[in-house]
Design a protein around this ligand. Structure first.
Ligand code: AMP
Length: 284
């Protein structure tokens, strides 16, 4: 595995790979890698001849009171995990490389960026869209892999790629979970032992929504209410939102009669966790 820290070096390495006739899959991450990230790497390996992974904790997507400075950074460990997965290129730029002094150009996907997770985190998706578009320039690839775990991010990236006609195919991979259902996340490392127990309520609430859906419920408010009732059983967990949405527009739906995103975010103690499911729209 080659590790590169400059945009020009990374671009040259990707171009050389592709000139030799190989297809390239790209997995952008913020590091502190876990099985969720590795599932994206494995999907990329299965579908492309070579894989590139970026590890960059992007300051532009953190709000002023968020966890940028204490976000887990484990570059040495990440590097070993990626080498063991057969990754060809690792990109680990510094902040000045991605944001040269005075950088004043941003990418904003209007509308989507203010909905769902974006409503709770003003400026977050501007930071995400900006860094992902920069990463796409630094890592020219055939396909780029994202996790369904961040459903609103997937909607923003898909729309950005379409609106700007970026020459990359977006592939969205399923959520990887712990055995008890908790969606894997680098932020799970913040949870105390007690909070770790509480945290299972996100998936339990979503599972109950799915059960209700499978029993025939299609009314979005009643589906959300099902989740809210499960959250109410765990006082240490405070939901930020429970939303029933169109997965592309992130606008609320009244009736889950087509593929529908059920998205939850909650504070589990102090850490804030996300999870979601997609209802198929028709009983299977
Ligand atoms: P992050 O490092 O948190 O920015 O995540 C990098 C990529 O990994 C994003 O596309 C995430 O959606 C994806 N990802 C994170 N956790 C999971 C998970 N549990 N299952 C699948 N993908 C994930």
């Amino acid at each position: 595995m080659h590790t590169l820290t400059t945009i020009s070096g990374m671009r040259a390495a990707c171009d050389a790979l592709r000139r030799s006739g190989k297809t390239l899959g790209f997995v952008p991450t913020m590091g502190a890698l876990h099985e969720g990230h590795l599932s994206l790497v494995r999907a990329a390996r299965a579908q492309c001849d070579a894989v590139a992974v970026s590890v960059f904790v992007n300051p532009a997507q953190f709000g002023p009171n968020e966890d940028f400075s204490r976000y887990p950074r484990q570059l040495e460990n990440d590097s070993q995990m990626l080498a063991a997965e057969g990754v060809a290129l690792m990109f680990t730029p510094g902040v000045e490389e991605m944001y040269p002094p005075g950088a004043a150009t941003f990418v904003e996907v209007e509308g989507l960026s203010e909905r769902n997770e974006g409503r709770m985190r003003p400026g977050h998706f501007r930071g995400v869209a900006t860094v992902v578009s920069k990463l796409f320039h630094a890592v020219p690839a055939d396909k780029a892999y994202f996790g369904q775990k961040d459903a609103a991010q997937c909607a923003v990236i898909r729309k950005m790629v379409r609106d700007l006609a970026l020459p990359v195919e977006v592939v969205v991979c399923p959520i990887v979970r712990e055995p008890d259902g908790l969606a894997m996340s680098s932020r799970n490392a913040y949870l105390t032992a007690e909070e770790r127990q509480w945290a299972t309520v996100l998936f339990r609430a979503l599972t109950e929504v799915r059960r209700s859906f499978d029993a025939g419920e299609r009314n979005a408010s009643r589906l959300a209410e099902t989740a809210r009732a499960i959250f109410a059983q765990v006082p240490g967990v405070v939901p930020d939102y429970i939303e029933v949405l169109d997965p592309d527009t992130l606008l609320p739906v009244d009736v889950a009669d087509r593929p529908t995103l059920v998205s939850v975010a909650a504070r589990v103690g102090s850490p804030r966790l996300l999870d979601n499911i997609v209802l198929p729209g028709r009983a299977p």
